[in-house]
Design a binder for this molecule. Sequence first.
Ligand SMILES: Nc1ncnc2c1ncn2[C@@H]1O[C@H](COP(=O)(O)OP(=O)(O)O)[C@@H](O)[C@H]1O
Ligand SMILES: [Mg+2]
Length: 230
Amino acid sequence: MTYHVIAMEGIEKHYTLSTGVTTPILKSVDLTVEPGEFVSIMGPSGSGKSTLMNLLGTLDKATGGTYLLDGDNVGDYDDDALARIRNRTIGFVFQGFNLLSRRTIIDNIALPLFYAGETHAERLKRAEHYLDMVGLGTHRNYYPAQLSGGQQQRIAIARALCGEPKLILADEPTGNLDSKTSKEIMELFAALSSEGITIILVTHEQDVARYGKRLVQLKDGEVIYDGPMY
Ligand SMILES: Nc1ncnc2c1ncn2[C@@H]1O[C@H](COP(=O)(O)OP(=O)(O)O)[C@@H](O)[C@H]1O
Ligand SMILES: [Mg+2]
């Protein structure tokens, strides 16, 4: 069997409302992603992009189909096991940065490693390495509110990298940034991609999507295009 970072087959997601009405959100999505790919997912608002990202990130479960993440069938695991798989496999970057406001930058980056059971010395060493990589080594003792939006997103990217994940999932990472800062953040993603990190990025902006090499277009919960970026 061939190895894929992501192998989704016939993935479905529906919600059943309190009225008993079932609304399909994702309809039989097939998606495979190989190591080192940079995939941009685009689609209109409400087309199911975030729903798909939550499934990819194992933050939510599909109502149908099969999903192998890094070779593991996600459906076979309980929440605790899934959390462990998620922590060692995926780094998340969100539109809203999601930094802890009462923690310094260095603590924000090192914290996920605490949950991964790394020693204090190892946590600091790795956090400093990734802080330098995103160009904010001089800001280690700042608090998130003392940084610009673009700098906060760099911190969030360093935090995602710190666990040395196989895959980065980024949902609208430039959604709260101006166009100049968006470009800087996307250049950082492009640099990470050229180092071989696998990236799946959701955006509704063409300029942002173009940093990816492969384009997946969603419409009404279905993949309507999956191929080279155009
Ligand atoms: N918990 C939920 N219950 C019911 N419907 C939901 C829920 N979450 C999302 N949806 C619906 O799923 C559709 C897709 O949402 P989403 O994945 O967030 O789209 P996108 O990220 O592409 O804008 C939307 O119509 C949304 O209203
Ligand atoms: Mg969304």
